[in-house]
Design a protein around this ligand. Structure first.
Ligand code: ADE
Length: 231
């Protein structure tokens, strides 16, 4: 890959990666800051997209058009949907799907975008394999590969989680991955999403969020660094 686009959801993650970026040059487009530089000998562009599908899609298109990104890594936190997952576990995307797409009234299956070739976007096999080995190195026994569900909703309801698991087969839910995946698919650019589970999307607040965020950011940083080294 020539230029690797790295999108983070949290300022904390961006900060760790930013600190490790050599020859840093920053630009702003559409209100989003992009930081070019060299990380572990590779050309990267690092950015924080902001929350939600539109921010993440615009950010991805800019990474591809203006910075020539030819692979995209997305890292952040998510709500666990698969009951086998615990807080702190890591999910690597096998694919991403927008769970809030609903044209069922016209006879389309849940999550299906009408008149498109696909609505569930597979991540790139080589990037998945790299993320899996990086994950196992950084956090042994706590990484799974599965379907990432995205929507413009913070899920905090047990009933919704059950539906996302049983009807859509999700491993976790967040607010950006599938829009990054769709933008990558539309441009023929490979991607993978790496998410740490911050909650169980059921409204229970049994996490010290501030403390977790630091841990999650450290792990994400270590995983992204391993992936970039392996590219
Ligand atoms: N990101 C982290 N937890 C989430 C949740 N429960 N729903 C959506 N996005 C999330």
């Amino acid at each position: 890959y020539g230029t690797i686009g790295i999108i983070g959801a949290m300022q904390e993650e961006i900060e760790l990666l930013l600190a490790g970026l050599e020859n840093k040059e920053s630009e702003r487009h559409a209100g989003i800051d992009y930081h070019r530089g060299v990380f572990h000998g590779r050309k990267v562009v690092l950015t924080r997209s902001g929350v939600g599908k539109v921010n993440a899609a615009v950010c991805t298109q800019i990474l591809i058009d203006r910075f020539g990104a030819d692979a995209i890594l997305f890292t952040g936190v998510a709500g666990a949907v698969d009951p086998a997952l615990n807080i702190g576990d890591i999910v690597i995307s096998s694919s991403c799907l927008q769970h809030d797409v609903d044209v069922t009234a016209l006879g389309f299956a849940p999550g299906v975008i009408p008149y498109q070739d696909v609505s569930e976007y597979p991540a790139e096999a080589g990037l998945i394999a790299l993320a899996e080995s990086a994950g196992e190195k950084v956090y042994p026994g706590r990484c799974a590969t599965g379907k990432v569900l995205s929507g413009d909703q913070f899920i905090a309801d047990r009933g919704v989680v059950k539906k996302l698991y049983e009807e859509l087969g999700g491993a976790c839910t967040e607010m950006e991955g599938a829009s990054v995946a769709q933008a990558c698919h539309m441009n023929g650019v490979p991607y993978v999403v790496i998410r740490s589970m911050s909650d169980k999307a059921d409204g229970s607040a049994h996490v010290n969020f501030a403390e977790f965020t630091v841990e999650a950011a450290n792990r994400s940083f270590a995983i992204v660094a391993e992936i970039v080294k392996g590219l």
